[in-house]
Design a protein around this ligand. Structure first.
Ligand code: ATP
Ligand code: MG
Length: 265
């Protein structure tokens, strides 16, 4: 990757405002994620992290502001153009990570079938091989392909969802608390898997997490969302030094402490 490419933003959010009724969730929020960068997003619960991701993915329209993805303004795209560009990213939702009525195989095959609608798909045999490859990359067994989400453990659901997010070799990943609900060991395993993938695939990602260990291991920079704005962005060391109530509270918990607590309970 040359320097020019590297410095380009893969996500640029400008002056974004969100309102639900009279409640203002974001107010003139700015956020930039560079190509090749993993940006962590932290902020208090209900602060608007998931909603921000929904805006960036075009699932929810903001009251005002602009969003550029891969250097293009999404509000200027036709819905057809948008659906097409959406195939360049993968997403792991905070809730409902998989289609419950589909097997793991069909879940992972879903993006390939979507791509086919644009005449860009691969043939069925290649798709089958790619689905099994992604399954393996995500640390699942071939036999898991025929299971339904209800038959999987929480960690397996996350892995299958990651396999689907990576199906089309996504350039950009949206990960909304990928390790929440996993036990400390599964959580650490999932982090290492993401780290490996990021090194192999030169991914860019926006990662929402409450987990200090995930932030330390995976993120180049961290953005702090507070009171509707990105208060600051910087490396973990830089943001940890900020004199701000949310930041102080967040970093009061030393790395490992949360996991230790969850083992003790
Ligand atoms: N579709 C919606 N309609 C109305 N209000 C909504 C909608 N989606 C989210 N909200 C509200 O917007 C606020 C921000 O929600 P959001 O899910 O983005 O928080 P979050 O930062 O992701 O929290 P958490 O860390 O708990 O996941 C919340 O008060 C939520 O109730
Ligand atoms: Mg959320």
């Amino acid at each position: 990757m040359d320097e020019v490419q590297k410095n380009k933003n893969i996500i640029a959010v400008k002056k974004l405002t969100t309102r639900f009724g009279r409640r203002i969730i974001h107010r003139d929020l700015d956020l930039e994620v560079r190509r090749g960068e993993v940006m962590g997003l932290i902020g208090s619960s209900g602060g608007g992290k998931t909603v921000l991701m929904q805006h960036i993915m075009g699932l929810l329209k903001p009251a005002s502001g602009s969003i550029e993805l891969f250097g293009e303004a999404i509000e200027e795209m036709t819905s057809e153009e948008f659906r097409h560009i959406a195939l360049r990213w993968g997403v792991l939702f905070q809730q409902g990570a998989l289609f419950s009525a589909m097997t793991v195989f069909d879940n992972i095959a879903f993006p390939f079938r979507e791509l086919k609608k644009y005449g860009e798909g691969v043939d069925d045999e290649t798709m089958r091989q790619l689905v099994f490859l992604k399954l393996k990359m995500a640390g699942l067994e071939a036999e898991d392909a025929w299971k339904y989400p209800a038959e999987l453990s929480g960690g397996m659901v996350k892995r299958a969802a990651l396999a689907r997010a990576l199906a089309l070799d996504a350039e950009l990943l949206f990960l909304d608390e990928p390790t929440s609900g996993l036990d400390p060991i599964r959580s650490a395993e999932f982090d290492s898997l993401l780290l490996e993938l990021r090194q192999e695939m030169q991914l860019s990602a926006l990662l929402v997490t409450h987990d200090l260990e995930s932030l330390a291991l995976l993120c180049d920079r961290i953005a702090i969302l507070d009171e509707g704005k990105v208060l600051a962005t910087g490396t973990l060391e830089e943001v940890a030094r900020l004199d701000h109530p949310f930041v102080k509270k967040f970093f009061e918990t030393r790395p490992g402490e949360k996991r230790l607590r969850s083992i003790q309970h």
